[in-house]
Design a protein around this ligand. Structure first.
Ligand code: 8YV
Length: 321
């Protein structure tokens, strides 16, 4: 009987599938992320680990789990895992590619629209009883989205899904910057490949969809914000550290850029106080890119499928390369 530890609450039917496959499953059934000590204590005799982005699985955790055969990460990004260290020990690492593409693209657009049209501020205004009837007010004035220039940094799966929404749904022209040219997107929606600096200077909306690597850490710094138009709105649903949060707060406060829709933060769950105090055209979400019921169920199903396969001696379905 293999032992499996799940660091967070996962849907009961998925846990049952693991039990039905003959495994001994322990699911951590508590609010909030697991502490380091609790994680280290619970991996000592396990064969499989199902974990989250907020769980840092580094050399120490791997060393504390001598029997571990598979780490199934509930998400597409895996910057929380030391993949080379796992590989060195022969541990398989899996993720959930493709599962949250459309859901995260939906959230990107929700944040973009909310910041541009100041939806959260409008909601607060109505709830405060300030809506006294229609007037030709010069309040609540936001930015148009339709027909504007959309800049995508990282035109992979999620970036492309966002570009499609912008181009086909909102008549936007699409600029992109990426490690490689994406000729399919160029043909499909006339997406135009430009340098990072060119994208910053020409876009009305900039959406971040790159993974966190040493090259992308603080890609958006003060210099990047200085290159943007004062009317630009930045949306980040990728990884917090890609944006220097201090520089973002400065850019918003000083009017270097106009607004932001942010779902991910440099030191989650902490958020820079300079961001928290800004309300105009600034919308903050608690890392909910994948948070639709169907997608969260799918993430769990994929992780469980991978664990069942590997513990049965089969190949993993979604090994990270
Ligand atoms: C997930 C994410 O919810 O998949 C990712 O990379 O950032 C999120 O949308 C998160 O990974 C949960 O662990």
């Amino acid at each position: 009987m293999a032992k499996i530890y799940v660091t967070c609450r996962v849907f009961d039917d998925e846990i049952e599938r693991l039990c039905d496959a003959g495994h001994d499953v322990t699911m951590r059934d508590q609010e909030g992320p697991i502490s380091r000590d609790e994680l280290l204590r619970n991996v000592s005799d396990i064969d499989a680990l199902i974990c989250l982005l907020s769980d840092e699985i580094d050399v120490q955790v791997i060393a504390a789990a001598p029997q571990l055969r598979i780490i199934a990460n509930l998400g597409v990004g895996y910057d929380n895992l030391d993949v080379p260290a796992a590989r060195k020990r022969g541990i398989i690492v899996t993720n959930t590619p493709g599962a949250l593409t459309e859901t995260t693209a939906d959230l990107t657009f929700a944040l973009l629209l909310s910041a541009a049209r100041r939806i959260v501020e409008a909601d607060e205004y109505v709830r405060a009883g300030k809506f006294l009837g229609w007037e030709l007010l010069q309040e609540h004035l936001g930015h148009d989205v339709f027909g504007k220039m959309l800049g995508i940094v990282g035109l992979g799966r999620i970036g492309t899904a966002v570009a499609r929404r912008g181009h086909f749904g909102f008549g936007m022209d699409v600029l992109y910057h990426n490690r490689h040219r994406n000729t399919e997107a160029e043909e499909e929606m006339g997406a135009c490949y430009v340098s990072f600096e060119d994208l910053l200077a020409r876009s009305d909306f900039i959406c971040v969809h790159v993974p966190l690597t040493e090259e992308t850490r603080h890609l958006f710094d003060k210099d990047a914000f200085r290159l943007m138009k004062n009317s630009t709105i930045l949306v980040n649903v990728a990884r917090g550290p890609v944006v220097d949060e201090e520089a973002l707060a400065w850019a918003l406060e000083s009017g270097e850029i106009s607004g932001a829709g942010i779902d991910v933060y440099e030191n989650e769950p902490k958020i820079h106080p300079g961001l928290l105090k800004l309300r105009e055209r600034v919308v903050l979400a608690p890392h909910i890119g994948s948070a639709s019921e169907a997608t969260r169920r799918l993430l769990a199903r994929i992780a469980v499928d991978n664990v069942i396969a590997v513990l049965a001696g089969r190949e993993p379905i979604n090994p990270v390369s």
